[in-house]
Design a binder for this molecule. Sequence first.
Ligand SMILES: [Zn+2]
Ligand SMILES: [Zn+2]
Ligand SMILES: [Zn+2]
Length: 334
Amino acid sequence: LGNGSAFRRCLHNPRRVTIISTVRGRRPHYTKVSAELEGKIFCPFCPGNEKHTPPATLVLAKSSESKYCFLREERSGEIGDWIVRVFPNKYPALIPKANSDLTYGYHEVLVETRIHNEEEYLKDPENIYFALKTLKERIKRILEDPRIKHVIVIKNKGAKAGASITHPHLQIFANTFVPPEIEEEIYGFKRYYEENGKCPLCYLISTHKELVFYTNESFASLVAYAPRVPYETYIVPLKHTFNFLSMGDVEILSLSRALSKTMLSLRRVLGDFDYNFWFHMVYDSSLKFYHWHIEVLPLTTTWGGYEKGSGVYIIDRFPESAASELRKAISSGT
Ligand SMILES: [Zn+2]
Ligand SMILES: [Zn+2]
Ligand SMILES: [Zn+2]
């Protein structure tokens, strides 16, 4: 499956199609995009600079030798020995004081770690574990607001992704409505289930092993069946569930290990690459056919007018061959 061409429709979102055409022989340029100016630029997310950000809505801190607790700040920087820190975005897209119901919401930043360097952060899954544990707690608290119908978590890394700060951080957007992309997927999962009697993601991870490049007890990482960009990757729980709020500590640790391996193997293949990723989850327990997942979109190529204007994505590499490359990157010790 290294050469040739193919047409594929995304199984859980039928409005996206991909044409794979290796004959185009385009630009072998999966190179670094993020030119880091480490150590030169002031970082407001580094320990000691908390006063440059709003007071934290949630902080994970150590309470004793082996215990952790969640706290809240009155003043910025009140909790100096934080492990993970969540606070409102300084330039929010959504605000809790909005007049209109559709602009009401929360837009927050979750600083995942005290460590400024992403690669160093990713190397120890325990760092990711603390970030995810805090993320889960913050989403639970936001959902206590009865006006909130949906929460999406995203990550922008690098200039191409629209990020100005390199320190590892996530963004949380909580809306009074379900965003269109999620509605599209809800429809896609439902339709696939009605037509085929199964979930498209359960089907992919159990049957299309050639796309899967990493698995542990609870999670699998695979290259998308119909990628929008080369190396588009999903991280999927093996257990069919619609969000991660019921995950216990053991599963959170499995997800941390999956994220660590996935991002480090992508780094090994693509260099210090720019990307967006997001958690796609739903919060309405009647949507049983929905299977939550993380989508990682490496920004190593640029979409042209055809991709943007038609929803047809042309890529020059089969996802099966990308998966095999990532599998090798993992076994060679990332
Ligand atoms: Zn920093
Ligand atoms: Zn499933
Ligand atoms: Zn999705």
